[in-house]
Design a protein around this ligand. Sequence first.
Ligand code: HEM
Length: 567
Amino acid sequence: MSQMVHHLSERAEAWFKSVTVSQAQQQTQSDRATALLSSLGLSLKNTTSHSPILVAALVGIVTFLTYLVFVPPRNLNGKNGVKVIGSWPFAGLGSREFFGNRYTFLSEHMTKDPRHPLQGLIKFNLTGKVVYTLGTTDVAVLKEVALHPDLSFSQGNNFLFAGIAGASQKGLIEGEMDKQERQEMKMLAAAISPQRLNSMRPALVQDAINLLDDWVGGSSGQSSTVDLQKAYYPLIFRYTVRLMGMTEYATDSASLKKLMNAFWATQLNSGFFTTVMPWLPQPRLIKRIVGAVTLWRMVKVTLDQRIKKQERFDDFAQILIDQKQSTAYISRFVIGGLMAGILNTIGTGAYTIAFVGASSSLQATCRSELIAGLRAAAAARGDDYDDLSTAEKLDRVKLEEWEAGFPTLHACFKETIRLLLTNSLNRYYPGPGRDSKGVLRDRLKIMGHEIEDDAYIIIPPSCNLHDADMFPEPWSFDPSRYQRGEGANEYTYLGWGCGRHKCTGMRFAKLETIIALSTVLLTFDIQTVDDKGKSYDLKSIPLPDLSQSHWRAPTRPMRLQVHRRKQ
Ligand code: HEM
C-alpha cells in the first residue's frame, strides 16, 4: 500500500490480471447480466446469425449496463441492523469515493465526532459487492476480527486493492486459507531475515550518503532546498529494490529511474474505475497498463539475462534463482515486494524528517541522542568515534543496536505513522469455514451483527490512531506520548496492523527509516519551510491529504532546507 498490502506474489499476480482483463470481476458482473437476461427471456448464445436476436442482445447489454450502474446488490440491506450507505443515483456502481476520497468518505458516514473519527460499522456497495467498514478502539472486537480464521487477507486485497472479486471459498477447512497466504509470507520473511538486514546496512548507509550529496550538488556542496517527496522517495525505492533483490537496478541509477517511473505509472493512475472496472477502456488505465507491462518486462528480462549469462549477485533474487523458481514467479515476488515495501514507507519516512526539521529543540534532542548512541556503539566495538568517517560511524552499528537504541528517533517515526497511515486492513468473508475436525464454525458476528457470505470487511487503522481517547490531542505531533504508555501494543496502536497479518516488513521499514534520518542528522542542519522559505513549526506544518495514500503530497507547499554540518 499499502496501502497496499500486501499478499506478495498473489497480490502482484492479481493486480497484473486486474490491469489486463479481470476475469473474476467479469464473472461477477456477467453473472448479474446472465441472470438479468434470462429473466428477460434472452440468451447471449446464437446472437450472431439472427438480427432480432442481435437486437435483443444489444437491448440486453444496455439493460445490463443500466443494471450495473443503477441497481444495488440484493444483499445491500439493513436486515442485520448495520447502517447502509447508499450511492444514489449510481447505486449499482456503489461508493466511488471509497477509492478517490476514502478518509473523507468514511468520516462523513461513520461518527461525526472529530474526537472519535471513524467509529462504528457501516456497509456499502462496490460494483455489486458488499463492503463493511469497521471502526473501533474496542480491543476485544478488533481481536475477534484480526484473528478470525475465516477471513482472507489475500482475497480482501485482491478486490479492494487490485479489483478482482473473490471466488467464493465456502467450506474451507481450518488453516487452509491461511496456509495459502502464509506460503508467500515465508518467502518474504526470508528476504527480510535479520542476517539479510545486517548484511544490507553498509549499502543502505552509502545509498543515503550518495543521495544527500546529490541534494546539495555533490560531496562539497553546502546547502540546498529540496522537495522531500521528490528528493527522498527515490532512496526508499532503491532500498526496496535492494531488499527484494534486483542488484542490477539498485546499482544503476538510470535503469532504477526507469523502473521507478514504471512503478509510479501503475500506482498514480489507480482509482475507482481502474480498480473495480479494469475492463472499461480509459486513459488512466492505459497509462497503468503501460507502466505494469514495462515494470514486468524490465524485471523479467533482467532475471532472464542474469540466468543466461550465469551472472551471480548477492541478493534475494539470487536465492530464488538458486531455488530454481521460475523467472515469472520471481518477477511477481519482486514486484509484489516493491508495492508492499514502498507505499507506506516513503511518505512516513519523508514526513519523519519534515517533523524533526520543524522543531529545533526536537532536532537537537534527536541529534544528541544519535551521536551519543553512535559513540557508545563505537566504544563497545573498540573504535575511536572521532576517527571514523560518516559512513563508518553509521554502517558499523548493528541491526540490534539500531533497534534497541535511539528511542526518540523511533518515537518520531512511530508518531508520523500514527498521523499519516490512512489506508485500511482489507479482508474477505466467504462464509463460515470448518475447523480441523470438519465442524462448521459459527457465522462471523461483528458487534453483534451477523455478516453474510461473500462480503468484504475493512478496518481503517485511523479509527484507533486518530482517536482522542487512545491518543489525547490526536492531531498534535508528540513523540513523547509513547513514554506515557500510549499505544503500547498492537491492538492499541494499529500502525503495523494486528493479529494474523501484522506487518512482515516492520523491521526493514524501521531500519531504513532510522538509517536515512540518522544520515540526514549527521550530515545536515535541517529546517522545514514553505515555498517562500518561511519556517514551519510542529503546529503549522501541513499534513498530506489523508485520502491520498500513495504520494502523500502536503496540502500546502513544504520544502526542506539543508545546510552541511561541520564534521
Ligand atoms: C512505514 C512503513 C510500513 C507501514 C506503516 C506498514 C503497515 C502495514 C500494515 C498496517 C499492515 C497490515 C495489513 C493488513 O492487516 O491488512 C501491513 C502488512 C504487511 N506489510 Fe507492511 N507496512 C510498512 C512497511 C512495509 C515494508 C517495508 C514491507 C516489505 C518490504 C511490508 C510488507 C508487509 C506485508 C508483506 C504485510 C502482510 C503481512 C501478512 O499478511 O502477514 N510493509 N503493513
